[in-house]
Design a protein around this ligand. Structure first.
Ligand SMILES: [Zn+2]
Ligand SMILES: [Zn+2]
Length: 130
């Protein structure tokens, strides 16, 4: 219990919500779905904590809004590699954002530049909107 941070009902609820969702969720969507279970400040804090703990990751959408998704295939054990280096797909019609975990862009940086995180969002039309 000393090494692991205590799970609050709010963090469990937010994590469950994100894990059960097939698409990435924004702060507003999370707040709406929790329907008054916790206030916006609590949700912000929970999202920051879950991101720090590597349970979820942030996605910067093509319209610069922030979304959150859970990590199902991310391997955090390899500390030399960035944990979230997959591509995200943003649908222009339904505005849904999903992780394409099998699509990984290869970015080769010039010497002495160290890669920490890749934020790669591809926009287009998702299978549901075709
Ligand atoms: Zn769509
Ligand atoms: Zn992702």
């Amino acid at each position: 219990m000393l090494t692991k941070r205590r799970n609050t009902p709010a963090s469990t609820a937010v994590l469950n919500l994100i894990q059960e969702s097939k698409i990435a969720l924004s702060h507003a969507e999370i707040q709406e779905r929790l329907a008054g279970l916790c206030d916006r400040v609590t949700i912000y804090r929970v999202l920051e904590r879950l991101t720090e703990d590597g349970l979820i990751h942030k996605i910067i959408n093509s319209d610069a809004s922030l979304k959150y998704a859970s990590c199902s295939n991310c391997d955090h054990s390899k500390s030399t590699e960035p944990a979230h280096n997959h591509v995200h797909f943003s649908c222009l019609k339904c505005k849904s954002v999903v992780c394409l975990e099998n699509v990984q862009p290869e970015i080769i940086l010039p010497e002495k530049y160290q890669l920490i995180e890749v934020n790669f969002t591809v926009s287009g039309i998702c299978p549901n909107c075709q």
